[in-house]
Design a protein around this ligand. Structure first.
Ligand SMILES: O=C(O)CCC(=O)C(=O)O
Length: 277
């Protein structure tokens, strides 16, 4: 990790926004060249899935995409984003989960049905006894297609809902919960969201296929949420990327890490010591 990444360190204002609203939008996180390169890889996978029989009218949810291209691996420790992730979660982190979603035009007339609102992490929300629920992880969504207008299969959120254990749904399952908004952003935008933020994927009533890459970062004592077959990448990754791809000395090091488990802590001790506790 080059120390020049610190110019992208989390600012006080970004921390306040994330803590209070549960999300953070970073415009132009990716250059147009990066968007083009990532879209080429994305389209290649999507075309393969269509050729294998995936229905061209339904969303493609494809987890464990990191091994499929160098360009995907390069975002794991991306200099414009990772310093903000460690600014929020600290150093005992890794990429526990990643998926890409293509949402094609659904070819149906627009309706007013309630979307599939949820907090991330499934049983975590039932089995951890605390209020508010603990943050534990966040996702960074990189938007490759233009969703700067609604009805394009936008990611929807209820700002500030991350501290609520429940979300009141419209009684007749028509319309969206109070305060819900579409996230309308240009290609190249990175959207950080707290796993507890109530959010939903939505139908695409436009003519443009929506393309997004989701990177989920969490503490090293959380299990992976998809197969994450990235171990073969460790050897050619630098130490911090290796940590983020799940490498470590042993299982105990997930809970009580040594320096060999967490090169990110070693790096931060030198470059951002205020974050090491
Ligand atoms: O497709 C979307 O916009 C929603 C994705 C989502 O719900 C998730 O990553 O947890």
């Amino acid at each position: 990790m080059d120390a020049s990444c610190l110019k992208y360190a989390l600012t006080d204002e970004e921390r306040r926004q994330f803590n209070e609203q549960g999300y953070l939008i970073i415009e132009n996180a990716l250059s147009p060249e990066q968007v083009t390169e990532l879209t080429t890889e994305f389209d290649r996978i999507y075309e393969d899935k269509l050729a294998e029989g995936h229905d061209s009218r339904t969303a493609l949810f494809y987890p464990n995409f990191i091994p499929d291209a160098d360009a995907f691996q390069n975002l794991v420790d991306y200099e414009k984003v990772l310093p903000k992730v460690w600014g929020l979660l600290g150093w005992n982190i890794y990429l526990y989960h990643a998926h890409m979603i293509a949402t094609p035009p659904n070819g149906k007339p627009k309706d007013n049905g309630t979307f599939g609102w949820h907090q991330d992490s499934g049983r975590v929300n039932v089995e951890m006894e605390s209020h508010p629920r603990p943050r534990l992880s966040l996702k960074v969504a990189y938007f490759l297609s233009d969703v700067s207008e609604p009805d394009r299969g936008n990611f929807w959120i209820v700002p500030g809902s991350h501290l609520n254990d429940n979300l009141q749904m419209p009684a007749d399952r028509q319309g969206q919960p109070e305060g819900a908004i579409p996230v309308c952003v240009k290609p190249g935008t990175a959207v950080f969201f707290d796993r507890r933020l109530w959010h939903a994927g939505t139908p695409n009533w436009s003519e443009l296929t929506r393309k997004v890459l989701f990177y989920g970062y969490g503490y090293r004592w959380i299990r992976t949420k998809d197969d994450m077959t990235v171990q073969h990448l460790w050897e050619r990754s630098d130490p911090i990327r290796r940590q983020l791809l799940g490498a470590g000395v042993n299982c105990n090091g997930h809970y009580s890490p040594t320096d060999a488990d967490v090169p990110l802590r070693v790096w931060l001790k030198e470059h951002q010591p205020e974050l090491v506790r």
